[in-house]
Design a protein around this ligand. Structure first.
Ligand code: PMP
Length: 404
């Protein structure tokens, strides 16, 4: 009980315009109701914790503290731990000056939003797209234009029409095993997207946390690779690449990176100084210790597990969901996307699903401008075969109940 005699300040009136544009993640709200212990949740989308290389992280932490001592616990440079930047640059065929370490690729998206988006700038996004990117960009006041997609990703014909119709600042895309759909952008479309955006002077953010988790099919060059090939020099590339160790090692160390031309990196450095000075020194050193031997092994372990779980989920969709329901068949990553008949709204249906002890994420929050009421995201990354079977059976029953 309060004993203060002072009036309560009008906090709401004092919230900044940019903060008023923020909203609670629809997913976090949904996760609250799906986290009851006996509900099988395909909603969360967390990497499988039983696969985390705990002993390797312990060993690496010890090695780093022995080798670097106090330096591992000291403040360090905003750009990031040089050996890690060198390792990333070496793999990408660029220089460390084009690599910025960030605290999760989520921070990378936020800093890019801060550095690139002025109020009213047109930002092109996939329809649907990663909700976390919308959350990062939203405070900076973008005007979103949704690009239509199909099972091969962005419709590049529609992209051309959009670019002809209006100037755009930025295109944000997740070409590999997209969150939320699990779709992959075809090679032909990647080439066209890179050409078109270069031609129309649009910067591209390629968000690629899942690219290394391909469990079937052939690896495709990224947008950054194609732009680099075309431009011949990272300083001329209009694509900014964003990736992460969250899915290939562990998410809790919050280590990720950006690749971009130095004028962009320079501004990101200034923005990051204001945000957190630098990504934790110790974490960057631990990751550097793990990238050469543990990470390739970890990637194989994770790919095998997610591949089995994805195949299992696709099979159980066929077995338990009513006929005629469309689903994606991911070649990597952690998610698949289900489209129910028009007229079904997956948001109110979730309450019925939870009664039957199964949960998913309704699709609408992933659309920058709304839509997709009949869609849902299912995550298979941390589900057991029993959970996939029982959960899909319960989901099938829920959908049949709504259809009748
Ligand atoms: N981008 C996409 C497409 C994601 O799915 C995620 C994680 N869910 C992130 C960025 C953020 O990842 P992190 O901050 O852990 O690197």
């Amino acid at each position: 009980m309060t004993t203060s005699t002072l009036p309560v300040p009008d906090f709401t009136a004092r919230i900044a315009e940019r903060a008023r544009r923020m909203n609670a993640s629809a997913i976090r709200e949904i996760l609250k109701i799906t986290q009851e212990p006996d509900v099988i949740s395909f909603a969360g989308g967390l990497p499988a914790p039983e696969l985390f290389p705990i002993e390797d992280v312990r060993r690496a932490t010890d090695a780093v503290l022995t080798r670097y001592g106090a330096a591992a616990l000291q403040y360090s440079t905003t750009e990031g731990h040089l050996p890690l930047r060198r390792w990333i640059a070496g793999r990408a065929g660029i220089e460390p000056q084009n690599v910025q370490i960030v605290t999760g690729s989520q921070q990378g998206l936020d800093l890019l939003g801060k550095v690139l988006i002025d109020e009213g700038d047109v930002v092109l996004v996939e329809s649907p797209t990663y909700l976390g990117a919308l959350q990062s960009f939203q405070p900076y006041g973008p005007r979103y234009v949704q690009l239509p997609t199909d099972d091969h990703g962005i419709d590049v014909g529609a992209l051309e029409a959009v670019l002809k119709a209006q100037p755009a600042k930025l295109l944000y895309a997740i070409p590999n095993f997209q969150n939320p759909t699990g779709r992959t952008l075809s090679l032909e479309r990647r080439r066209r997207l890179v050409e078109l955006t270069a031609q129309y002077g649009v910067l591209v953010i390629e968000d690629d946390p899942y690219g290394k988790l391909r469990f079937t099919g052939e690896e495709l060059p990224g947008l950054y690779d194609l732009a680099l090939e075309m431009a011949g020099d990272p300083e001329h590339s209009h694509v900014i690449y964003c990736s992460s160790f969250s899915k290939t090692l562990v998410p809790g160390l919050r280590d990720a990176w950006l690749q971009a031309a130095t004028p962009i990196i320079g501004k990101v450095v200034q923005a990051k100084q204001g945000a957190d000075l630098h990504t934790p020194t110790l974490n960057q050193m631990i990751v550097t210790e793990l990238v050469d031997d543990v990470m390739p092994r970890q990637i194989e372990i994770v790919k095998r597990a997610y591949g089995e779980r994805a195949r299992d989920m696709v099979a159980k969709i066929g077995e338990h969901l009513p006929a005629g329901i469309h689903h994606t068949t991911p070649e990597g990553g952690m998610f698949l996307w289900v489209t129910l008949p028009e007229g079904i709204d997956t948001q109110p249906m979730l309450a019925r699903a939870v009664v039957r002890k199964v949960a998913y994420v309704p699709g609408t929050p992933f659309f920058a401008l709304g839509g997709g009421a009949n869609t849902m995201r299912l995550s298979y990354s941390s589900a057991t075969p029993e959970q996939i079977d029982t959960g899909l059976k319960a989901l099938g029953e829920t959908i049949r109940e709504v259809l009748t």
